[in-house]
Design a binder for this molecule. Structure first.
Ligand SMILES: Cc1cc2nc3c(=O)[nH]c(=O)nc-3n(C[C@H](O)[C@H](O)[C@H](O)COP(=O)(O)OP(=O)(O)OC[C@H]3O[C@@H](n4cnc5c(N)ncnc54)[C@H](O)[C@@H]3O)c2cc1C
Length: 430
């Protein structure tokens, strides 16, 4: 995650504190603090909506889209805490004049927004709710943000909407609502490029989909991903996939592992010749090529590394690719990655198949890479279970958190409730 983005969000949310506490003639500082919390919550909600737009500039400021969604989630959680406090600490002030019907409506909408958001934030972090249902509840958040904006515009407060404090937060509310309206646009109206499927192929339990551009195609960097919509198929919900091959003629390939409802039925639903709309390219999982590299792929996490391997230049520093799979038969593109490694003396491939009893640990990794490991950039893409253990163990071999990079293959990361429930369940069964 880009620290600049975190700084920007924090600074913009703190600024109204300065504006409010420099207002003249306001004696009730506790109520003022509560009012500040309300403004900060609105600014953070606006950022949450802006982060969800997938605009190019968003990735430039905040980092890859996978991290943007993590930031979006934590922004929502801080909003929740701020509005709960805003509701608990009395924000009413004496001497602001007589309440009108509009002020009362604003107060009611504020309450509605608070309780609605509370429910929706709890649903948002519950990753066990199916994605297609979760998506709709998540979209409703913008409507509650609009209710919160109405509350801010028409509630009685110690400043007018034309004052700097009113204009500042009002501008964020307007930007947030515009961003929300953008996210409501039907997928077919969002910028995307048209492709046709030119080849479908099964590989190690996954489906490789090669697509040729209909006209001008995307120009992704190796390691980036697109959001694909298979128009005309019964599978037109957009889903993110990394490009496992980026050919010089503009042809792109993704490789999809059947992990759920959508991906399970893909091979039966797709045909050669069918249209695909691709949004993107997104992501900041980039090949540096400077200094020694260690790449760790778990199962389908091989996809960005396939594109990296192809792009690795002959004069680049050595790269070690560790490919962890259940079995050799269950390893997408194994023959292809082997052929690429055979043709590049600076790329070494190490396959760890658990069916053969092989397990990748920090110690085996250090033994294979040798003294280069402490100076290497370590990049990871694969299941959370593997990622959870490695960075801590690798610290013993000089790999710092800064030199460990990873791609989230999941936009909806939750706050670990599912893992906690599994752990409790496992203990209870034992
Ligand atoms: C940046 C990125 C790159 C990825 N690259 C690859 C790849 O190269 N190959 C590959 O096989 N998989 C890849 N994935 C994962 C792939 O997108 C999911 O496996 C797929 O969307 C699951 O959909 P499903 O309905 O079959 O499974 P489900 O069981 O319904 O969903 C599994 C999880 O995927 C997420 N998900 C479901 N639908 C969507 C959606 N429409 N948009 C976003 N997330 C969704 C949900 O959080 C859900 O918890 C990538 C994911 C991300 C975020």
């Amino acid at each position: 995650m880009n620290p600049l983005g975190i700084f920007l969000i924090t600074a913009t949310a703190l600024f109204p504190a300065y504006q409010l506490f420099s207002l003249p003639n306001v004696a009730d500082k506790v109520a003022l603090f509560s009012q500040y919390l309300g403004l900060a919550a609105l600014i953070l909600m606006a950022w949450g909506q802006i982060l969800a737009t997938r605009f190019r500039g968003v990735e430039t400021i905040f980092g890859g889209l996978d991290r943007v969604y993590v930031l979006h989630k934590w922004t929502g959680i801080v909003v929740m805490a701020a509005i709960l406090l805003h509701d608990t600490i009395d924000a009413d002030m004496d001497g602001l004049g007589r309440e009108t019907a509009l002020n009362e409506l604003a107060e009611t909408l504020g309450e509605l927004s608070l309780y609605g958001l509370l429910i929706l934030v709890v649903i948002s972090v519950a990753t066990f709710i199916p994605y297609h249902l979760w998506k709709w509840t998540h979209k409703a958040m913008g409507a509650l943000f609009a209710a919160g904006t109405f509350h801010f515009f028409f509630i009685m407060k110690p400043f007018a909407m034309g004052d700097p404090a009113g204009l500042y937060t009002g501008a964020f509310c307007a930007a947030g609502i515009l961003a929300y309206l953008w996210t409501l646009l039907p997928e077919r109206m969002r910028p995307s490029r048209a492709y046709n499927i030119s080849k479908l192929e099964q590989t190690g339990g996954a489906l490789a989909i090669t697509m040729a551009p209909k006209s001008r195609g995307l120009r992704p960097h190796p390691g980036q991903f697109g959001i694909l919509r298979f128009t005309g198929a019964r599978k037109s919900e957009p889903h993110p996939f990394s490009f496992s091959q980026i050919a010089p003629d503009g042809t792109l390939r993704v490789t999809a592992k059947a992990l759920g409802d959508f991906t399970s039925g893909l091979s039966g639903a797709l045909k050669v010749g069918q249209e695909v709309r691709i949004q993107g390219p997104f992501g900041r999982f980039r090949l540096s090529g400077k200094g020694p590299e260690v790449w760790i792929a778990g199962g389908i996490g091989i996809t960005p590394f396939l594109a990296w391997a192809e792009a690795l230049e002959a004069n680049a520093d050595p790269a070690h690719l560790f490919y962890c799979v259940r079995s050799q038969n269950d390893a997408p593109h194994l023959a292809e990655i082997q052929a690429i490694a055979d043709g590049k003396p600076n790329l070494s491939l190490h396959v760890f198949a658990s069916s053969d009893g092989a397990r990748l640990t920090a110690a085996t990794l250090a033994e294979t890479v040798g003294s280069d490991l402490g100076n290497a950039k370590v990049s990871f893409c694969g299941p959370l279970s593997l990622r959870a253990a490695l960075p801590k163990d690798l610290q013993r071999y000089g790999v710092t958190a800064r030199s460990f990079h990873y791609e989230e293959f999941e936009f909806r990361t939750g706050i670990g409730l599912k893992r906690l429930a599994n752990r409790i369940l496992a203990k209870a069964i034992r």
